[in-house]
Ligand binder design. Structure first.
Ligand SMILES: [Cu+2]
Length: 360
């Protein structure tokens, strides 16, 4: 039983470590857009919040959030926007507002962020505050725990500046200590005038059992747009450091299906639902737990699970045994075990729910 629990735990954690096709901050330093494109049908919401604490006696806190909302359309194409409510533009000469909006498209021409090897993405954009046509060519290269990043950027009108276009370059690196924890850092600047480079450093986490990643960071950049990530709040070396965090939230649109369909009738599912013989063991699912975490039955016996929770659960075996589809409230799943053995299983949406069926 103890060994079985450990096996379930290891398998559950390994499954949980995959961020479900979502953007992972373990593969992207804070001020680089990366080459990531959401899968079709996935909408990603990233919340970046940075703040600056003015020196005493006021200790006034100035907040610099950037919200990113981007949707995947398949074919390695994404459309999205960023909204930064306290962009550095507000401090620049001639800027009308500090609300910076950038609309962008991204096409990943090669590779995939997070996979070994090279990935390349092109990101055309329009910055509504600067009234500027912007663009970025992003490249990253992953090998083992390392990812190296490079970006070449061009803008037709710089934020808060009069005059013509400019080019910027940025580079960064990620190092992953484990699949859950990594470090990232980057540096980027407009070619001219130099001296207001944007930099950042971060410690990044994948939150186990979830598709979310989280980073704690320091930087001197006030927004995450192509323009904002290319210029620092103040000259490098003035000690003007912003602290912040970013949180990534992938929304798999399929999961919202139940909003638009009548909830399915709870029904018995599984091969043994009908004439599977007498039920050798009953297991209830309640409060996100298999109420009996280990059952022992004889070969040929049937186990029946019943869901008492308002959310869907699954019976997903860690081996090759076929498991259940999502089981809605009051639904049941029955399965007959024809071979002796130890069958460990978990719930796919809630990998921390684990159980064992021992067949003698
Ligand atoms: Cu569950």
């Amino acid at each position: 039983m103890k060994h079985a629990s450990l096996a379930v735990l290891v398998i559950g954690v390994a499954a949980a470590a995959v961020p479900l096709g979502a953007q992972s901050l373990l593969y992207r330093p804070p001020n680089l857009g990366g080459t990531w494109v959401p899968d079709g049908g996935v909408v990603q919401f990233n919340f970046l919040h940075r703040f600056y604490v003015f020196p005493g006696p006021s200790h006034f806190v100035e907040n610099h959030p950037t919200f990113t909302l981007v949707a995947g359309f398949g074919h390695n194409i994404a459309l999205g926007g960023r909204f930064a409510t306290k962009s550095i533009a507000g401090t620049g000469g001639g800027a009308q507002s500090s609300n910076e909006t950038e609309l962008y498209a991204r096409w990943r021409a090669h590779g995939a962020e997070g996979r070994p090897g090279l990935a390349v993405a092109v990101t055309p954009a329009y910055n509504l505050l600067a009234k500027s046509v912007d663009g970025e060519l992003g490249v990253d290269w992953t090998q083992g725990p390392f990812t190296l990043h490079g970006a070449a950027r061009a803008v037709s009108r710089r934020l808060g500046e009069r005059g013509t276009g400019a080019a910027a370059f940025a580079g960064g690196v990620d190092v992953r200590m484990t699949q859950y924890i990594g470090f990232g850092a980057d540096l980027g600047s407009f070619v001219s005038p130099a001296g207001r480079a944007a930099w950042s450093a971060a410690i990044n986490f994948l939150i186990p059992g979830s598709p979310h990643t989280f980073s704690l960071q320091v930087s001197n950049a006030t927004s995450a747009t192509i323009q904002g990530a290319s210029i620092g709040y103040a000259t490098v070396g003035t000690g003007h450091v912003l602290y912040g965090f970013e949180f990534t939230i992938p929304l798999h649109l399929k999961r919202f299906g139940p909003w638009f369909h009548r909830s399915p009738k709870p029904a018995p599912v599984g091969a043994a639902a009908g004439g599977g013989g007498p039920v050798a063991a009953e297991i209830r699912m309640a409060t996100y737990k298999f109420q009996t975490d280990t059952v022992v039955i004889s070969t040929g016996g049937t186990v029946r699970w019943t869901n008492d929770d308002p959310v869907e659960h699954t019976i997903t075996f860690d081996g090759t045994e076929p498991g259940s589809p999502p089981i809605s409230r009051n639904g049941t799943f029955a399965h007959r075990f024809d071979r002796p053995g130890t069958y460990t299983y978990h719930c796919t949406p809630h990998p921390f729910m684990k159980g064992v069926v021992v067949v003698k």
